[in-house]
Design a protein. Sequence first.
Length: 249
Amino acid sequence: MKKSNNIKMYLYCISLVVVFLTMTFFSYTTSMRNNVSNDLSKINSNVENVSTKEEPTDKKLDLPSFSPDVDLEYYREYYNNEEVIARLEIPNVFNLIITRTSDNEYYLNHSINKKSDIKGTEFMDYRVTPYSKQINIYGHNSLVYDLPFKKLENYLDESFYNNNKYILLQHDSGRRIYQIFSFKRVTTDYEHMNVTADGDDFVNHLNILKDNAIYTTDVTFDKNSNIIVLQTCTNDNDNSYYILCAIEI
């Protein structure tokens, strides 16, 4: 009788162990399934995030292929001119080294290597820097010489604008890219020469620059915008200029 009871107790213990192991295994497999399910959810979420992520601005705007950055210090040495300040490029239009000095007169009749030259060279307004909110750059036009800024006349044709909307300014610390929003002729109101407008006044300033443009564009701006202005003469009036205005993007 005692032996029978021992056998029963032994079988009972084995049963408990089997039940315990079964429950432990079930709990483990359930936990694993949940973990796998969570991991799959995370993976699917990441895939969705990747697939719905906004395209880079460059791709959305269909930017042209700009030339690689250059070593501006090399050009300072090459031209023996420490006033080399930046590189200005409109792809398929021009790619220029820009100077800047202490006034807006010197480079009207001096070349980039500081030699007297009626053709002058393209230069940045002395009141601004490559990091300014508004940057003005000037260059001659000519009926005689084939000068870089003469090509700005091509913007009289809206189809040319549609194919050449972007401007790059490379400086010592990087580059800035702009999208053209206005091309116009000015004869009396030289609002673009105001390089200190800011805040709400800056929005009004930009609206004036856009008023009477030769054609309209859908480029928007606000008080936080930065701009670049390229100016050249029209060759039909001493006080008449073409100005090309662009917003940094």
